[in-house]
Write a protein that binds this ligand. Structure first.
Ligand code: WTA
Length: 646
């Protein structure tokens, strides 16, 4: 038994689950006893979904970095905390022990102080996957600054919007980032994002690619110089700021069904307890296991399961700078073999893409260290699940299919390795503390089975859990209307699901206007706004369609002025490219449509609403089941769209 709150078997799961639902306060209070607190809580939880107001471990005082670092120093100071593998396999990997990581976090915390960062300040982090990214995140947490990590694939415009929304005062970035054969000029993107920005006081730049950068006098400083100053000060330890349980830990932006990304806010204590609990239980984590989560720290999976949960558990977290296909499609298997990885946690899109290369890249690699496999981010199709199970897990590793969201902080539905059974394509059982309900569009609980014996509906959550979203930064009303107002007294996930007689859940995907492209969440409204920025575009409508590798692809219908086939700006093909360039500029390359169809009109109801149902069907190629089009303002539009399908 590695952790006192680790579940041993199926019976143990049912017991824990019953207890967690009947008496959540006792349940979570007992788990929280196993962490380091400056002061214990007065009350385990206090919440209502109406406002919403969600508080856990009320009155407790702590710092998450003492739980992730300091408390391990005496017993495992020399144990690797992070093993970092660079993009280029020819470059040396790095190992950071708990002692070394602690020292680096303290020193960088001092750098933050020296540069004027205070508790509560918002610090934007835009870096590649290098150890300094984890160090920057933890250093913010150490001094109580609120980090907001932005994924390296977002554009200057996206960053500018987020900086503005978070009212950020500080930025930590790199000269550039290596990703496969590419070298992404991060600092230059930041420079573009900062044109006209008056709030940013300091930009700290870490050296990675040696790309030429412009350093603005009085604003930009080098990470390495700042560390030298701290060393000259003789600083090796910085006491952790004592935080209230409900002080914000971070903001992470994510897409919703409206145009603007939301700043999801998580607070210190509930997030810490819940992510740690779900980590050790989902993966059946043993403190000596090497855990390899392939996500980027720019997403919630990376926050929770590369940085905070593994370190809080005193584990060893593998961090990889590159991509699965560089220098070849055997890179993951290479890393697993080289470091003897025990648990691999990745996305279905990566599995599908690697599957496409056949078994060649897998051969010759010893994968026998693997004990548990995991997937996250999107539904996994059976073919990919089987390949993962047979070719990677050699039929001996349980596969945990973990469902969660940026807003939920940690894993909400998943089988538990070696404890509860898995099922291809099914996330299966809720975690202890998570009470799920399926409702119809009116919010009425689904109580009847369909022809296949399934209960199908919109997935909601009935009770607050410790890592629940607290607010959307700067706009609490938006949090309420987005998640807590659709159905009375429920948190609405935005996903559809079905449940079988055994109480296992299968997630079918988003039921709102959010796409899941390669496991990345993208709002259709956001993409439409970006397309509409392009000169000549009159209107656009974006929908998803099934894509073999990405899960979902982006299909855009665009009304373009003049003759799109050949206007003064060139051919339709050139205009398509211009539109893609615009989307890359406004959001980033991840939001580029896979298909663009020029149309003369969009199917609209008499009240002017776009009938997306029809556009989805066309994009999915289901041209014979478009349904009733008689309520459209101009049904002829549909015929034209069907003729021009790409
Ligand atoms: C989807 C990612 C099916 C879902 C952790 C959710 C999944 C959205 C799964 C959240 C899964 C995540 N099976 N779908 N195992 N995991 N999703 O915020 O639609 O980037 O609402 O968090 O991804 O995406 P986010």
């Amino acid at each position: 038994m590695s952790y006192p709150y680790q579940i041993k078997n199926l019976e143990g799961y049912h017991e824990a689950y019953q207890k967690s639902i009947q008496d959540p306060n006792t349940f979570w209070g007992e788990v929280a006893e196993h962490f380091t607190w400056h002061k214990k809580w007065d009350k385990v939880s206090d919440w209502n979904f109406k406002d919403p107001s969600i508080q856990w471990f009320v009155g407790g005082k702590l710092n998450i970095t003492e739980n992730c670092l300091d408390r391990h120093l005496a017993t495992m100071g020399d144990k690797p905390a992070i093993i970092w593998e660079p993009n280029d396999p020819a470059e040396e990997h790095h190992i950071l022990t708990y002692k070394q990581l602690h020292l680096k976090v303290c020193q960088f915390a001092q750098v933050l102080y020296n540069n004027g960062v205070k508790k509560g300040d918002r610090v934007c982090i835009y870096m590649g996957m290098i150890p300094e990214l984890a160090i920057a995140v933890l250093a913010c947490a150490r001094i109580g600054a609120i980090h907001s990590v932005i994924f390296g694939g977002f554009s200057a415009q996206s960053i500018a919007d987020r900086l503005d929304d978070a009212k950020a005062n500080f930025i930590i970035t790199c000269d550039g980032a290596f990703r496969g054969s590419k070298d992404i000029p991060l600092k230059s993107v930041i420079d573009d994002a900062l044109i006209g920005n008056k709030n940013i006081q300091r930009v700290i730049v870490c050296t990675r690619t040696r790309t030429a950068v412009s350093m603005l006098q009085g604003r930009d400083v080098w990470w390495e110089d700042e560390i030298k100053n701290v060393e000259a000060q003789g600083i090796q330890f910085v006491p952790a700021e004592v935080m209230d349980a409900e002080d914000p830990l971070f903001i992470l932006y994510t897409s919703g069904s409206t145009g603007k990304p939301k700043g999801v806010v998580h607070t210190v204590a509930g997030y810490m307890v819940y992510t740690n609990y779900t980590f050790v239980n989902t993966f059946n984590y043993n403190p000596d296991d090497l855990f390899f989560c392939t996500a980027d720290i720019g997403w919630i999976t990376g926050h929770s399961y590369i940085v905070y949960a593994p370190l809080c558990a005193g584990g060893t977290s593998m961090m990889f700078e590159g991509i699965p296909t560089f220098p070849d499609a055997g890179r993951f298997w290479d890393i697993i073999d080289k470091f003897k990885v025990n648990i691999l946690y990745t996305a279905p899109t990566a599995i599908r893409s690697l599957m496409g290369f056949g078994l060649g890249p897998v051969k010759g690699h010893d994968l026998s260290s693997l004990k548990v496999l995991g997937t996250v981010g999107e539904p996994i199709n059976e073919e990919a699940w089987n390949w993962y199970n047979e070719q990677i897990g050699k039929n001996k590793c349980p596969i945990v299919d973990t469902w969660f969201q940026t807003e939920t902080g940690g894993i909400m539905i998943s089988n538990m390795a070696g404890v509860t059974p898995g099922k291809a394509g099914w996330a299966t059982y809720p975690m202890p503390g998570i009470e799920l309900i399926l409702v119809d569009d009116q919010g009425v609980e689904i109580t009847t089975q369909d022809g296949e014996g399934m209960y199908r509906g919109n997935l909601c959550i009935k009770q607050a859990w410790p890592a629940a979203i607290r607010t959307t930064y700067g706009d609490h009303e938006r949090c309420r209307t987005n998640y807590f107002a659709t159905y009375n007294n429920l948190y609405f996930t935005g996903d559809g699901a079905f449940r079988n007689e055994a109480g296992q859940f299968r997630i079918t995907g988003r039921v709102d206007d959010v796409l899941n492209v390669s496991g990345h969440r993208i709002g259709t409204a956001e993409v439409e706004n970006a397309i509409n920025m392009h000169a000549g575009v009159v209107e656009s409508a974006v929908v998803g369609y099934p894509h073999d590798i990405k899960g979902q692809g982006i299909y855009a219908y665009v009304i373009y002025t003049g003759s799109h086939a050949q206007d003064s700006h060139g051919s339709a093909e050139m205009i398509r490219k211009d539109i893609l360039q615009t989307v890359t500029r406004i959001i980033g390359p991840i939001a580029k449509p896979d298909k663009i169809q020029f149309v003369a009109g969009l199917p609209k109801t008499r009240s002017g609403k776009i009938m997306r149902r029809i556009l989805r069907k066309v994009a999915e190629g289901e041209l014979n089941s478009l349904g009733d089009t008689s309520t459209l303002l101009d049904p002829a539009v549909v015929d034209e769209i069907v003729k021009g399908v790409v």
